[in-house]
Design a binder for this molecule. Structure first.
Ligand code: NAI
Ligand code: A1CAB
Length: 293
């Protein structure tokens, strides 16, 4: 839920060095959001990738952030950081996090965006209890409309909580939850944007199949989705009520919705969301198992 980010917290963030370990889409979304919202200066951000020098050049020229290609000694840049984002894929996480153990110290705030990976696993990999923030953001952070679930390890201080919440509130809304809910948040808002894009792709394809040009199909569908979402936000009415206002008795919408319902659209959406959440738990459990070997 929104907190009031006071000027003291913002001033504090602006004085901090921020390192992103893993410079992929999620790291870019958060860094770009923070820069756009003027929560930090690009020069305060360093992004490290395992490979792909071109990607780093692009990030440097687009945002002005420092970039580092992983090498034998350059993880030392982590030592300079006050906040370290862990932003690699879950399959790379165990090796990557174990590899940075020598560069991490108690004063640093570790923020993970890795799906499924528990605070306990991160502590195991780093060899001790540290200030760890487990989050589940989404890519809409890029434009300041993200949703981020946040959970804290016991060592995270009140001041560090304010920092973490201010960072993610600069790129959207936040919800602080017990860690056990992070997989649910993954199924709802972490993966959520992709469900909406899939729905839009399906509508665009169907519009084209019915004869509209690609451009017209995309324009009509995008504005329809945008308008519907904005109606929910601007009117404060329930989606079900707004749906009823579109649906004339025995009209076209009723015909469409009856068919969609018969075909199990609601159940399909619910099972997909549940599957995402289960998959997050599986990913976390796989990593935990590999750590016990
Ligand atoms: N993409 C999304 O919508 C969301 C992703 N996440 C989480 O964010 C994390 C990153 O996902 P994406 O940004 O989509 O992936 P991505 O594949 O775009 O980026 C991952 C980056 O990590 C780098 N990397 C891999 N191993 C490394 C290592 N050992 N050292 C340094 N860098 C390394 C890769 O080179 C790559 O640039 C994942 O764990 C995912 O679960 C969380 C919420 C939403
Ligand atoms: O697909 C994934 O695994 C990541 C986590 C949530 C969104 N993308």
């Amino acid at each position: 839920m929104p907190i009031d980010t006071d000027t003291k917290t913002i001033d504090h963030i602006q004085s901090l060095q921020i390192a992103f370990y893993g410079a992929g889409s999620m790291a870019e979304a958060i860094a770009r959001g923070m820069i756009n919202q003027k929560l930090t200066q690009p020069g305060r951000i360093a992004m490290l990738n395992r490979q792909n020098a071109d990607r780093l050049t692009e990030l440097n020229s687009q945002y002005g952030v420092q970039t580092i290609l992983q090498g034998s000694s350059n993880e030392a840049f982590l030592k300079e950081a006050d906040i370290v984002f862990l932003a690699m894929k879950p399959k790379d996480a165990a090796e990557a996090i174990a590899g940075i153990k020598p560069f991490i110290s108690e004063h640093q705030l570790i923020i993970s965006v890795i799906a499924g990976l528990s605070i306990a696993s991160i502590e195991l990999l780093l060899g001790r209890k540290l200030s760890i923030v487990r989050t589940m953001p989404n890519t809409s952070c890029t434009i300041g409309l993200g949703v981020t679930g946040i959970s804290y390890s016991e060592a995270v201080t009140k001041e560090q909580q304010q920092l973490a919440e201010a960072i993610f509130q600069s790129v959207g809304i936040t919800s602080v939850v017990e860690e056990s809910y992070q997989d649910v948040i993954t199924g709802v808002s972490g993966s959520g944007p992709a469900y909406v894009y899939y729905f839009m792709e399906s509508m665009i394809d169907a519009a084209k199949a019915m004869g509209l040009s690609e451009t017209a199909a995309k324009e009509l569908v995008t504005q329809t989705v945008l308008g519907a979402v904005e109606m929910v936000r601007a009117t404060g009415e329930e989606p079900a009520e707004l749906r009823r206002k579109v649906t004339s008795p025995n009209g076209t919408t009723q015909a469409a919705l009856e068919l969609m319902s018969q075909k199990g659209l609601a159940e399909t959406i619910a099972s997909g969301m549940k599957r995402s959440s289960e998959r997050a738990a599986e990913i976390g459990a796989d990593i935990e198992r590999s750590l016990k070997k």
